[in-house]
Design a protein around this ligand. Structure first.
Ligand SMILES: [Zn+2]
Ligand SMILES: [Zn+2]
Length: 433
């Protein structure tokens, strides 16, 4: 049994522990709210907001497709020059990579894509696209403006920055190869974490959504060629038309019969082609399509089954098949898989800016993003930031000719980017001298 003195000592010890835990928690929450206030002071400054809107509108008026973003990247360089931020250009033809901070580790990357789409804008507003058949219908104009906004915040708060921030303005996301080409130019050298943000009309303005682990689908295309023989003597010839037809049907069975219904996957044959006349069986039939899966394991397994099914059906019909997966025009984009730790940091940074009530757990999506290439190299996380607002018409999905953005999102996105970079250093897994 404990005597009275020991009881008193234990009680005093517990009171002291509670007070010190409370003090540390209060100090931590004071630091967070002070950081938040400082970030928002710059982000919500009317001059900053006006400046970001102007940049976004200028880029929106002159949309450029992948690897043609010369004007867009000149706008970025002009603004970085004004902010006194050094950068590297050109990187992967039109890309710009800027750095803010001491130049010492940890290096943390923030990414914006710059390219537009071959779509005719159908929204009538003052800053409608001035280029026929081209439009920023996927918010990449706003992504650039938000990352420049973050650059301004970070530059003004340089003394608080304990990481070196790498700002990646990348070309050709819509082509699915911009990120891959930027990586080949070593933009991830020394980078230990990467953060990406995409506007989304699925969520109300200011809501941030993402999920740890598997998030967006990998996307690939395939092209198969089945070779056969002569038509007039079917008993002696080989029939690639029959083999291709059976392949198309069998491909549908992969998802419906072999895959867990809760593990979303897609196989679609979208093209069948043969050169022949009515009375001739062609030498060969070419067909192709796309496939998608959310997890890396399913994505790789699906690709393997597509090849097996086509080659198997060709063999059943005594034909031969070639299957190609890595088209230059339609490159394979891996699934977007968020690192759990970086996702948590991104979530905390977002919550600091928009409040915990505006953080949502997103479902998995069958859409793809070439941000996935960065995630194959360094841990990172990709987030959606809501812009849905019926009052201004920001309700149409990305890639719609009616796509419209609620520009009130610009300071929110800039602040989230900056909050991630400013809070990252305290969570770096590597200790630096
Ligand atoms: Zn897009
Ligand atoms: Zn996009």
């Amino acid at each position: 049994m404990m005597d009275l003195n020991n009881h008193i000592r234990l009680a005093l010890l517990l009171i002291f522990m509670c007070l010190s835990i409370n003090f540390e928690a209060n100090e931590c929450s004071n630091q967070t709210s002070s950081l938040k206030n400082q970030i928002l002071e710059v982000a919500n400054n009317p001059n900053t907001v006006k400046w970001m809107k102007q940049i976004r509108r200028e880029i929106h008026e002159y949309p450029e497709l992948g690897y043609e973003e010369f004007r867009t990247s000149s706008v970025i360089r002009r603004e970085l020059d004004k902010l006194g931020i050094s950068y590297q250009w050109p990187v992967a033809k039109t890309g710009v990579v800027a750095k803010i901070g001491s130049g010492f580790p940890p290096f943390v990357a923030l990414r914006a894509d710059m390219d537009a789409l071959p779509i005719q804008e159908l929204v009538d507003w003052d800053h409608k696209s001035k280029v026929d058949g081209k439009m920023h219908a996927c918010a990449h104009d706003a992504h650039v403006a938000m990352l420049l906004g973050a650059a301004k915040i970070l530059q003004e708060m340089k003394n608080k920055l304990k990481a070196t921030v790498v700002l990646i303005f990348q070309p050709a996301e819509e082509k699915g190869i911009g990120a891959r080409d930027m990586i080949q130019e070593n933009v991830l050298e020394d980078v230990e974490a990467i953060f990406g943000l995409h506007l989304a009309t699925q969520y109300p303005l200011g809501v941030v959504a993402s999920r740890p682990g598997d998030f967006l689908a990998g996307c690939g295309s395939f092209k198969a060629k089945i070779k056969g023989g002569l038509a007039e003597i079917p008993q002696h010839c080989l029939d690639p038309v029959l083999a291709a037809s059976m392949s198309v049907i069998s491909l549908q069975n992969i998802v419906s019969r072999e895959v867990d219904p809760l593990d979303s996957q897609v196989v679609s044959v979208a093209m069948v082609h043969s050169e022949s006349a009515h009375e001739l069986i062609p030498d060969s039939v070419t067909f192709g399509g796309t496939y998608r899966a959310i997890s890396k394991k399913s994505f790789n397994a699906l690709r393997q089954r597509i090849e097996e099914v086509i080659k198997g059906q060709a063999k059943v019909h005594r034909c031969t098949a070639e299957v190609e997966f890595f088209g230059k025009e339609h490159p394979t984009i891996p699934p977007t898989t968020n690192d759990e730790r970086i996702h948590q940091l991104g979530r905390q940074a977002s919550s600091m800016i928009v409040g915990e009530e505006n953080i949502k757990l997103a479902p998995t999506y069958t859409a793809s993003e070439d941000f996935a290439f960065y995630l194959e190299k360094v841990p990172g996380s990709f987030f959606l930031l809501g812009i849905q607002n019926e009052k201004v018409g920001s309700i149409y999905s990305a890639h719609s000719p009616h796509y419209f953005i609620d520009e009130d999102v610009l300071p929110i996105g800039a602040a989230i980017h900056a909050a991630f970079a400013l809070s990252y250093h305290s969570h770096s897994t590597i200790s630096y001298l």
